[in-house]
Design a protein around this ligand. Structure first.
Ligand SMILES: Nc1nc2c(ncn2[C@@H]2O[C@H](COP(=O)(O)OP(=O)(O)OP(=O)(O)O)[C@@H](O)[C@H]2O)c(=O)[nH]1
Ligand SMILES: [Mg+2]
Length: 614
């Protein structure tokens, strides 16, 4: 049984409103600022360090890669639609600027070819440790892939879920294409969009840690152990284990896995040292800002604007501060913290801080890589949470942001005091909410949800492919042939109970220097474990269910960053909140002064007499 899930461009546009007038391209960026550049940059006469290539697959940085998107099915259909739109936006966001400009207008770009398939994580026992999807689904995807390939080249396959290293490797072998999972693609986008030194350092660190977690030793076609992205044969370097660099004399040598692991760890230490320097500079700058007084003698407060990626944070700050921050419909347009000053209606001067946006289903380690940028958020006096009210999965966006804020260490008090702003109300008024969801489609998907994996489909694989090829142009195909095809997967690594994957983090004197929240070993579990994903999916699903019934949260203010509606009200709320906070601080200080500054004095004569009488 084949079904077509239509994906309207209007629907996609609703998620990523583009307004060319608002787009600002800084003229100082050049191709040389690409993280893939091998040339040295000159900065104020001093030579700055070149950044090594961190692309996770071999791609041409000057040409946006063509990705084939595989979207695991989710329920209800409106949620699937929202996730599919996001995935398409992600796939189209992977592009580097040339001479400070993106070559293509985001909405002029063709939608990437995509296919919606059975999601094994919806059925607890169905996730395959070797290929994530069942053999039938893998074959069907291959079939669609071949079909698209015959029309024009596909550079890589993007599977919109979190895959383990083994799953990724096996799928790459079966599809004969590089495979990117959700985390991998987001890291690629970070690297493609990073311009400043800080952003580049953090993006490279994220890529490095991701690569480290992907270095999995698996059994190759000839029964030999292979490893690494290309699956090279195992080699031994001259450096002996624990030999202190004395080569063959005292050690058994270093396997390729250990060698790569050591190189990654060395590079990581180097990056961390540089990031630490950036953090220190930021801390000094923050302290200086705090000392500098505002117009009325109060400290210069910082208000951090946070939110899901593409919510309109940069556009809002630009509108409030009458400036031109870079904004774009591509996801993760902003990767650095930027400050803009504004004058509140009370006459008080405050700083607004723009920062990297958040996204759902991301491992905490990726957020951690951006810690130096996110410190601005943790240290801010007040938070403004911008929510794109046109997003059909608004509640998921909201809870994702809250989760990340908690993860990076924002205090409960600040979270309670946070101002919630619903942005893009102009769009909502213009289009109406039901444009985003197709009720018929929803019902159709619900009907389908009862289907058992591999039991519903009697059509042959060839038929599926033929029909799919007719439907694939700008549409996606949902198929359920899982289990019908006996794919030849005999050469795949099959984990057995006693056969543990050897990863880069296998404990061989690992160095944990606090980059990860809970040690390196847990990073792999977090990034790789299918069960983890399942829990995540179900929690997202329960959030989604909540949002289906009604939205429980009422915003403090509704605005349109584009038309300016609600901005004055927002400024007043910011002023009020800061004043309440200042008053609270003042009274706290007064109490403290009262306690600590009271000098000891000897009791008066009368008091002594009373005490003696008693
Ligand atoms: N219709 C409408 N579109 C908006 C509004 N605010 C922002 N946009 C559009 O939404 C898209 C994303 O805006 P940005 O300001 O880059 O969003 P962001 O939250 O900074 O995104 P990242 O930096 O990628 O996390 C742009 O195409 C904006 O033009 C609004 O109030 N109404
Ligand atoms: Mg931005």
């Amino acid at each position: 049984m084949l079904r077509v899930l239509s994906l309207s461009r209007t629907c996609l546009r609703s998620r990523c409103q583009s307004v060319p007038n608002q787009t600002y391209y800084p003229s100082s960026f050049s191709v040389l600022s690409s993280p893939y550049s091998t040339l040295k940059e000159q900065n104020k006469g001093a030579e700055v360090e070149q950044y090594t290539a961190v692309s996770l697959f071999n791609r041409d940085p000057t040409d946006p890669p063509r990705l084939f998107l595989v979207q695991p099915r989710l329920r209800p259909a409106s949620f699937l639609q929202a996730k599919l739109n996001e995935a398409l936006c992600l796939a189209n966001s992977l592009e580097e600027q040339r001479d400070g400009y993106f070559d293509t207008d985001f909405f002029e770009k063709e939608l990437p070819p995509h296919v919606v398939v059975q999601n094994p994580s919806l059925k607890s026992s169905k996730i395959r440790a070797d290929t994530y999807f069942g053999p039938g689904t893998v074959e069907t995807i291959k079939c669609h892939l071949n079909n698209v390939e015959s029309k024009g080249e596909v550079d890589a396959v993007f599977v919109n879920t979190i895959l383990s290293g083994v799953q990724q490797r096996n799928l790459e072998r079966l599809w004969d294409k590089p495979v990117l999972d959700r985390v991998g693609l987001i890291i690629e986008i970070f690297n493609a969009h990073a311009h400043t030194k800080e952003a580049k350092l953090q993006a490279e660190l994220a890529a490095l840690m991701y690569k480290k977690s992907r270095l999995v030793r698996v059994r190759g076609p000839g029964g030999r152990y292979t490893f690494g992205g290309a699956g090279e044969a195992e080699v031994v370097s001259a450096r002996g284990r624990g030999s202190g660099g004395r080569g063959f004399i005292s050690g058994a040598g270093e396997t390729e896995l250990q060698l790569q692991r050591r190189r990654i760890l060395e590079r990581r230490s180097h990056l961390l040292a540089q990031i630490e320097e950036v953090r220190r500079t930021r801390a000094v700058q923050r302290a200086a800002r705090k000392r500098r007084g505002g117009l009325d003698g109060q400290g210069l407060a910082t208000v951090a604007v946070v939110g899901y990626t593409n919510a309109g944070k940069s556009t809002l700050i630009s509108a409030l501060s009458d400036s031109d921050l870079y904004s774009d419909a591509r996801l993760f347009a902003t990767l650095d913290a930027k400050l803009k000053s504004i004058i509140l209606p009370s006459g008080r001067k405050v700083l607004l801080s723009d920062t990297v946006g958040f996204i759902s289903d991301l491992p905490v380690q990726l957020v951690e890589a951006f810690h130096s940028t996110l410190e601005e958020v943790v240290e801010a006096d007040l938070l403004v949470h911008v929510i794109d009210c046109t997003a059909p999965n608004l509640e998921e966006h909201r809870s994702t942001v809250l989760q990340v804020l908690q993860q990076i260490g924002v205090s409960e008090e600040k979270l309670e005091n946070m101002i919630e702003v619903w942005n893009k109300i102009d769009y909502k008024e213009e289009m109406g909410a039901d444009e985003y969801m197709d009720d018929d489609e929803d019902a159709e998907m619900s009907d389908f949800s009862g289907a058992e994996d591999g039991k519903t489909n009697n059509s042959s694989e060839e038929e599926d492919c033929k029909t799919a090829s007719e439907l694939l142009d700008g549409k996606s195909v949902d198929n359920q042939v899982d289990g019908n095809v006996d794919a030849d997967d005999s050469d795949l690594y099959k984990p057995s109970p006693g056969d543990r994957q050897e990863t880069m983090d296998d404990n061989q004197g690992d160095i944990s220097d606090g980059w990860l929240l809970s040690g390196d070993d847990s990073a792999d579990e977090y990034w790789n474990t299918p069960n983890e994903q399942q829990t995540e999916t179900s929690s997202v699903w329960s959030v989604q269910k909540d949002s289906q019934t009604h939205s429980q949260h009422v915003p403090h203010v509704k605005v349109s960053a584009l038309t300016g509606v609600g901005l004055q009200e927002l400024l007043e709320i910011i002023g009020d909140r800061l004043k309440v906070q200042d008053d609270k601080l003042k009274s706290q200080k007064a109490v403290e002064n009262n306690i600590f500054d009271r000098k000891w004095r000897p009791p008066r004569k009368e008091e002594e007499a009373v005490a003696v009488d008693q």
